[in-house]
Ligand binder design. Structure first.
Ligand code: FAQ
Length: 311
């Protein structure tokens, strides 16, 4: 019986058709999706913090409205993704508990501080740029609810990327101090942005399985290279320097060569020891505790409604 189901599952993947919530799937496929989707959801929710800190300090009403909309979009992305994880049988309370007590990860990038308003622009340009590069192929992921959620998320991320680039263009046309702020932000965010794509392929334990299942469509290094190639001309147009002395076009490969990432730093940050890990989790935990009364009220209300319905 299992082998017949497994054959059907394999055939569905081979034909580029989608696996849907009610379909049979191997336990490993379900586990890897819950892992990736929930960590992606956590990233969106924790990702609200670095930029959210600047909402009250935005330099104009227009910038404030844009930033507020962007951070709200991130909350929405987190919610779609938690819903996608629930279609696999995951429990949202449990996922939140796993985030707060460190059993599940979220993207390394959100453990760095935002030191000036230029960081808001650079997050839009580089972090959302990297997110788009990684997520556009996920629109063709084999699991239906995840792939469909990605379509809308990618559209919104494109707006986020544009607002970042436009903010930086404006600052680069401003004073020398503003240009210095932008360059400083680029210097701090460039390498962490490249780390968003994950460990190098030879050190990526989940990649082979995820690619065979078509959960992931490209390897970590392929997407990192694509991002570098896409970003270099944008940096030139902006008039900023990317902080890598080894970055140069390689005619033979038809790609840019770039320097080695600091993988020791990457490992430190994903194991909880980055500059802002403790703060990010403390803020998330406090928000969860502050919301306890809302969850209790919702449960009490649902019980009352159920009572009434019973007559
Ligand atoms: N940070 O074997 P692999 C956003 C973990 S965008 C932390 O290569 P995999 C938008 C990995 O989970 C950011 N951990 O794993 C936004 C695994 O650990 P585990 C979120 C990382 O899954 C913008 C271990 O290392 N995007 O939020 C990182 O095949 C601006 C071994 O790695 C997504 O999540 C990392 N950078 O490939 C919001 C996209 N890299 O789980 C606000 C979906 C790796 O075994 C503002 N996810 N790890 O304990 C993916 O595409 C994949 O999961 C990868 C990792 C590519 C991230």
């Amino acid at each position: 019986e299992t082998s017949r189901l497994e054959e059907h599952f394999d055939r569905t993947i081979a034909r580029e058709q989608r696996i849907e919530p009610r379909d049979w799937m191997p336990d490993g496929y379900r586990r890897t999706l819950v892992r990736q989707i929930s960590q992606h959801a956590h990233s969106e929710i924790i990702g609200m913090q670095p930029e959210g800190e600047w909402i009250t300090r935005a330099p104009s009403l227009r910038r404030k409205a844009i930033l507020l909309a962007k951070v709200q979009d991130e909350a929405g992305h987190g919610l779609y993704l938690y819903s996608a994880a629930e279609t696999l049988g995951a429990d949202r309370d449990e996922l939140t508990a796993m985030l707060i007590d460190g059993r599940q990860k979220y993207s390394s990038i959100f453990n760095y501080p935002t030191l000036s308003f230029a960081d808001v622009g650079v997050i839009g340009w580089l972090v959302d740029g990297a997110a788009i590069c990684n997520q556009v192929p996920l629109c063709r992921s084999s699991y239906g609810p995840y792939a469909r959620a990605m379509i809308r998320i990618c559209k919104e991320e494109s707006f986020h990327q544009r607002q970042g680039y436009e903010l930086l263009m404006t600052m680069m046309r401003g004073t020398p101090e503003q240009r210095t702020m932008v360059q400083d932000a680029v210097d701090r965010w460039w390498w962490p942005s490249l780390m968003m794509f994950g460990p190098p392929d030879h050190d990526s334990p989940n990649s082979a399985r995820s690619m065979a299942w078509k959960v992931k469509r490209h390897s970590n290094d392929e997407l990192r290279q694509r991002f570098v190639d896409m970003t270099v001309p944008q940096a030139e147009a902006l008039g900023v320097r990317l902080p890598d002395p080894d970055l140069r076009w390689n005619d033979e490969r038809g790609h840019h060569d770039f320097g080695e990432l600091d993988w020791a730093e990457f490992k430190r940050v994903i194991s909880g020891d980055g500059p802002c890990n403790a703060q990010r989790i403390a803020v998330r935990r406090a928000a969860h505790d502050d919301g306890a009364w809302v969850r209790e009220a919702a449960v009490a209300h649902a019980a009352k409604q159920a009572d009434r319905a019973r007559g």
